[in-house]
Design a protein around this ligand. Structure first.
Ligand SMILES: Nc1ncnc2c1ncn2[C@@H]1O[C@H](COP(=O)(O)OP(=O)(O)OP(=O)(O)O)[C@@H](O)[C@H]1O
Ligand SMILES: [Mg+2]
Length: 113
């Protein structure tokens, strides 16, 4: 099992969500509003001639734990729907998951997904 953790632009969330729902290969999903910083370490804006820097930019973090064989399809779908080609499009991390336990029943492994 793998965890896919994708940090994307908030305005891309609804496209990414509907595309993932259509794929029909995940059982659960967690979404969080986050603040982050990438390579560029923020952006410079100006207001009434004054320049100021915003170093933490709002993003959305999507987390799903899925079967190994579904990782590539999910990854490709996120890229297709979250990409603008501009800096700040986000990042996808793929993380090994050792165990999943459904608290209600105590089931473990794939059947607990
Ligand atoms: N190495 C990292 N570790 C943890 N979070 C990261 C990392 N890189 C990016 N992020 C998260 O992803 C968000 C978007 O990153 P971003 O797309 O700007 O990455 P980047 O490496 O700067 O790529 P680009 O050059 O395309 O902007 C960041 O605001 C941060 O929340
Ligand atoms: Mg960046």
């Amino acid at each position: 099992m793998k965890q896919i953790k994708a940090i994307i632009r908030p305005e891309k969330l609804s496209d990414v969500r509907s595309a993932l729902e259509e794929l029909d290969c995940y059982k659960g999903i967690t979404m969080t509003e986050v603040l982050g910083q990438g390579n560029q370490k923020g952006i410079v804006r100006s207001w009434r001639g004054e320049k100021y820097e915003i170093d933490l930019i709002p993003k959305v973090c999507i987390e799903l734990v899925v079967r190994d064989e579904d990782v590539n399809r999910i990854k490709d779908t996120i890229i297709k729907n979250a990409q603008t080609g501009e800096v700040g499009d986000g990042k996808i991390f793929v993380i090994n998951i050792d165990e999943v336990i459904r608290i209600r029943t105590g089931e473990e492994g794939l059947s607990a997904l």
